[in-house]
Each structure stands twice: as C-alpha cells, then as structure tokens.
Design a protein around this ligand. Sequence first.
Ligand SMILES: NC(=O)c1ccc[n+]([C@@H]2O[C@H](COP(=O)([O-])OP(=O)(O)OC[C@H]3O[C@@H](n4cnc5c(N)ncnc54)[C@H](OP(=O)(O)O)[C@@H]3O)[C@@H](O)[C@H]2O)c1
Length: 274
Amino acid sequence: MQKKILNIIGAGRVGKTLGRLWHEAGVFNVCGILNNSLNSASEAADFIGAGRAVTSMKDLPPADIFQITMPDDDIENITHALLQSEILREGNIVFHCSGALPSAVFGVLQEKNVFVASIHPVKSFADSMQTIESFSGTWCGVEGDKSALEILRPAFEKLGAKLFSINIENKTLYHTGSVFACNYIPALIEAGLSCFEKAGINRNQASEILKPIIEETVENIFKSSPKDALTGPISRGDMKVVKRQQEALDQWDRDYAELYKILGKRTVALADNG
Ligand SMILES: NC(=O)c1ccc[n+]([C@@H]2O[C@H](COP(=O)([O-])OP(=O)(O)OC[C@H]3O[C@@H](n4cnc5c(N)ncnc54)[C@H](OP(=O)(O)O)[C@@H]3O)[C@@H](O)[C@H]2O)c1
C-alpha cells in the first residue's frame, strides 16, 4: 500500500522527533514542514532527513495527515487558519500531541469531514536524539475519531508506542496527573536544595547529598507504593519535628511554608490511609 503523506505544522522538539521516526520507520511520507521561521523549518527538515520547509500554510503540499505539534496555546488559532485554508480535503486526518487539550479543539474541522485525534506521548522530549533512541516503549494516551485512530494507532505502534485510551471528559485531570508526578518533582527538589543552601550547605554538595535518597525513594515507590516508600518525621509520627520545621519556614519563606503545610497534610493522609 502507498505510504500516506504527512505534513507537520510545528516541527519543534516533538514535531521533528516524530517526523524523523515516521521517516526512518517508513510509516509516513513526510512532505511539508511548516514552522514560524524558515530557518527552524529547514533545520527540522535536515534533522528528519525528509520534507520541504515552508513558512506559510498556502505553501504546504496536499497531504493525507496533518500533525499539529505547535505550542498548546497556538493550536486553537491554527485550527481556524486550517479551516479557512484550501488545504484540507475530505477524509484528511488532523491530530495533535497535547496532553492538555482534547482532540475536540479541532471540532470545527469536522465540518469539512476531516477526522481528528490526539495522541499524547507521556515522555519528555528534551533531547531529540536521545528521544529517537528511547521512543520505543513510550506510553501514549489516545482519543479521537474512530477513522483517525484506525490509521494513527497502528502507525504509532510501528514506532513501538504503547497506547492507552483516554476519556476525553477527564483529559485535563489526566494531564494534571503527569504534571504532579513529573513536572513538580524538579520544583520540589529545588525547594529541598534551597533549604540546604539556607542551612549553609552549597548547592553542589546538597545535590550530591540528596541524590541517593531521592533515587532510593523513587525506586521504592515503583517497587511497592508511595505509602510504603514514605519515611521521615510524618511516617514516624514525630509531629514536634514537623511543627519546628513549619515554624522555621514560616519565618523564612511564605511560599515554601505554604507548600510544606499542604504537602504535610497530604502526607499525613497517605501515612494513615495509603
Ligand atoms: N516537549 C515535550 O516533552 C512534550 C511531550 C508530550 C507532548 N508535547 C506536546 O507537543 C506539542 C509541541 O510541543 P514542543 O515541546 O515540541 O514545542 P516546541 O519545541 O516549542 O516547538 C513548537 C514548534 O511550533 C512552531 N510554531 C509555533 N507557532 C507556529 C505557527 N503559528 N505556525 C507554524 N509553526 C509554529 C515553532 O516554530 P519556530 O521554531 O519557527 O518558532 C516550533 O518549531 C505541544 O502540543 C505539547 O503539549 C510536548
């Protein structure tokens, strides 16, 4: 069967990484690559090893599939631009990779009998080369039109993705789960490092000191459960220690004091009930 033609609108970290994976696995024929700047679109085309860089939607070639991998805040605008453009044809598939937005953001395109979907890789695309190597095995949350998913599911599976369905109504909470469990870890560790610094231990040494217990804790969470991985004053019931720490933070930094209080409350609940 002839390979389907795919245009990429937004070939940044996710866009160009998927583009190269499609190209290398021979899944789709990557054709148009639209970015804000020609320079970055050309760089993306070089990275992918296929495709023609453009900076205007009218210069995109006709395609079967449109991969919209721009920042979330711009996806709604591009939807209207796509609707007004002459580029979409009946039966086309338009999908994005956002965990924060539903495929319904493309709802207006369904007027043109276009099928829409969202495939959200639960992965950090910080380093494109590294992501190419490690993409296989990535969990991807999937929702959208049946006709779009009939094409996109097997395509992502060819890249080694492990797909799971998301209920579109609960998508915001689903994505919040990743934000809590992943994005907030750096912020929490930063809070820990700041306390060490305030106590007179420099950041580099603080980082070395904390690394083993952070790693052990993460390992224990996945070996058993968050409750079983819990150690420290709250899990021992040393509430006088907790009170003194709260007071020290109250006197030093209002945000950290607030954070400590709320997390402490949830940690007590975790220690009690799991
Ligand atoms: N990064 C992650 O780890 C990750 C993980 C899972 C899902 N996602 C999702 O993947 C999507 C893309 O994220 P990203 O991190 O890859 O973003 P990114 O690295 O910031 O790349 C965005 C790309 O979109 C292009 N762009 C912006 N506005 C445009 C416009 N009006 N027309 C055409 N192109 C435009 C930019 O072009 P220029 O380079 O010319 O500015 C840039 O190449 C988002 O929906 C995000 O939620 C991201």
